[in-house]
Ligand binder design. Structure first.
Ligand SMILES: [Fe+2]
Ligand SMILES: [Fe+2]
Length: 358
């Protein structure tokens, strides 16, 4: 009696047992099992085809799909399936546009990787932050030394990550920690004392000390006032600015930011949290973020997060917060590929130690 394996399979799928089906056909349960297994042999045959294709490729390295189909008397689709199976099993096979199947016996040459990948246009930028001029603890001489070094190195652009001046009414008791108390005095002090060097433009954002507290209450911005009186100062915005170091078509963004709130126990955690805040399609290459008066460089989600240190020695306020400032600055060298990718970065850190003089 001819038993259709497909019918048997359907009956098994619908929940009948092999014994029940066997009884119907008047055959043994084993006969049903064999029949079902025979059906499975189709799959085995396919894997045999895969083996044959593999063997043929081992011999010739490259063969045409049509030629393989003719050789094994199967449709080209089966050959493509077999090649796919081989790739799935971990063999280095590929089918090109003209249907040639190739088996690579050695790893493919890495000619798509070349040292030019790490080459590009270099930018050298000075980075300073939290200069807090007019604070009793301002590190103004150190800031001037930083600009001497920028000038020596031929740097034309310095970025400032906010808190140019110490402000007023930012925290309780600040009045005893600063030497200039009004908006006008602090602006005049900035105009007269913030370093100026031929050929160097300082571009930056305002921070909480610049635009909150007493100045904020009257809507005054000392950084804008400074920029209006000095042509080497360029105001980029409150708290945040995005600067493109790539081209219009292939941008490479630096996000200059003044942070908010306290620093986390671990600086790297703060760096991660800041990087987490960007949507994946709008991540900067570099985030230079001031406010915490600490120094660190971390990569998080592909963003180079730089905490740029500051120019204010430990004030009584910081001591109360249990914070010890890092006083110093960076010369950041970044290399940007044609496609706007940041391919190299040197965060060169210059640090000062209180009381250390020559
Ligand atoms: Fe600050
Ligand atoms: Fe700040």
């Amino acid at each position: 009696m001819d038993i259709d394996p497909d019918v048997v399979r359907k009956r098994l799928d619908s929940g009948e047992t092999k014994t029940e089906i066997a009884k119907d056909y008047g055959v043994s349960r084993h006969a049903i099992r064999r029949l079902v297994n025979r059906k499975k042999k189709g799959a085995v045959k396919e894997s045999e085809l895969t083996k044959k294709v593999h063997k043929a490729l081992q011999k010739s390295g490259e063969l045409d799909v049509e030629a393989l189909a003719d050789k094994f008397n199967v449709p080209p689709k089966k050959i493509r399936d077999a090649v796919e199976q081989l790739a799935h099993d971990g063999y280095r096979v590929e089918v090109d546009d003209v249907s040639a199947v190739t088996l690579h016996k050695v790893p493919p040459s890495r000619n798509n990787l070349h040292k030019s990948l790490l080459e590009g246009e270099e930018h050298v930028i000075g980075i300073v932050s939290d200069t807090h001029l007019s604070s009793n603890e301002e590190a103004l001489e150190e800031l001037h030394l930083a600009y001497d070094i920028f000038a020596e190195r031929g740097i034309t652009e310095v970025l400032h990550a906010g808190d140019w001046t110490c402000g007023s009414g930012i925290f309780r008791g600040q009045v005893s920690e600063i030497k200039n108390h009004t908006f006008e005095q602090q602006v005049d002090y900035l105009v007269a004392n913030y370093p100026k060097r031929d050929g160097i433009v300082t571009r930056g954002i305002s921070g909480n000390h610049d635009i909150e507290g007493d100045f904020g209450r009257v809507g005054a911005n000392p950084v804008v006032a400074l920029a209006n009186q000095r042509d080497d100062i360029d105001f980029l915005g409150d708290y945040s600015a995005w600067i493109n170091y790539g081209s219009d078509n292939a941008p490479c963004w630096m996000h200059l930011l003044h942070g908010k709130g306290g620093m986390s126990y671990s600086y790297s955690y703060k760096a991660q949290k800041l990087a987490d805040g960007y949507r994946s399609e709008r991540k900067p290459a570099v985030l230079a973020v001031g406010h915490w008066h600490v120094r660190g460089a971390f990569e998080a989600r592909g963003v180079q997060v730089l905490f740029p240190a500051c120019f204010e020695w430990q004030s009584p306020f910081l001591t109360r917060l249990g914070l010890s400032p890092a006083v110093g600055f960076h010369i950041l060298t970044i290399t940007i590929g044609d496609d706007g990718t940041l391919v190299k970065m040197i965060p060169e850190y210059f640090r000062f130690v209180e009381g250390r003089t020559v």
